[in-house]
Ligand binder design. Sequence first.
Ligand code: PHE
Length: 340
Amino acid sequence: MIESTLSELESRAAASIDAAATPDSLETARVEFLGRKGALASIGKDMGKLPPEQRAVVGKMLNAVKQSLESQFDSKKAAFDKAALDSRLAAEWLDVTRPAPGVRPGSLHPLTLIQRELEDYFTSLGFAVVDGPEVETEWHNFDALNIPATHPARDAQDTFWVEGGHVLRTHTSPVQVRAMEKFGAPLRIIAPGRVFRNEEVDASHEHTFYQLEGMMIDRDVSIAHMLYFMKGLLEAIFSREVTVRLRPGFFPFVEPGFELDIQCLICGGPGCPVCKQSGWVELLPCGLVHPNVLRAGGIDPDQWNGFAFGLGLTRLVMMRYAIDDIRHLASGDLRFLRQF
Ligand code: PHE
């Protein structure tokens, strides 16, 4: 009697496991038949009323039914789990063979771009690229360059003085002296780098900016040589012919000294806001090296002479790319930097 109930129960349970179309209905079937208060459990309870011989037989049968149903349930559940995983994988697939999107390539700062172009130009002409300290001795920054103690640049108003009498170099010219000390004559060097002045910052002034110093020392160097190199450097940067003019300019470390102007590349001469209506832009102070400077560098001015220049690299960059505010250069603003 109990045996037939059991086998009837088994086939009903098997049918509803089989019929379960969703994980939820499968779970409902499990609770109904295999749960703690399910059909098999209640038969188990009734077994206590049976005589001992029959109890053993029914007990075995009950266990067999239970194991069979459990394994049917497990395999159906595994099938549901696999189907769920498959559909998730189909929805969320990732093509690992696709090329990675990669990082956005960076770009060089416009100052670096122009500095490298100038380095290429000058190294092709036999110049070496040299470097000097940004915290400089007073001697290298001023005295060796024939700058007297009374010169306004030596004032604390214009120059950042460092404790101990050093200065943040106000120009790249001290590298002239260091190069003469190190290499002697003949000499062809350029020295690009940062310089510092105690300036109020506005659209065209920064306390920190870049220059590119140049110096050539040889026998019988003339202003014509100097002009040749200066014109060449400007044409290399602007990739076109440029018109230049020399005006007298005073710098204690050159004699004669000049301001080399370039005819405005924006208006070509008649005058515009960039050249402040003059038709010319001041770009390149230069001159023949003062004998006192050669002497300070350990070079005999009776044997050697040379020219030197101090290109305003920051200003050149602003002109070449028509940058209207010097503060863009160190802003770190990616919208600015990505244009180069
Ligand atoms: N050192 C000068 C300045 O910063 C520029 C300069 C360099 C002038 C070399 C003449 C020769 O203003």
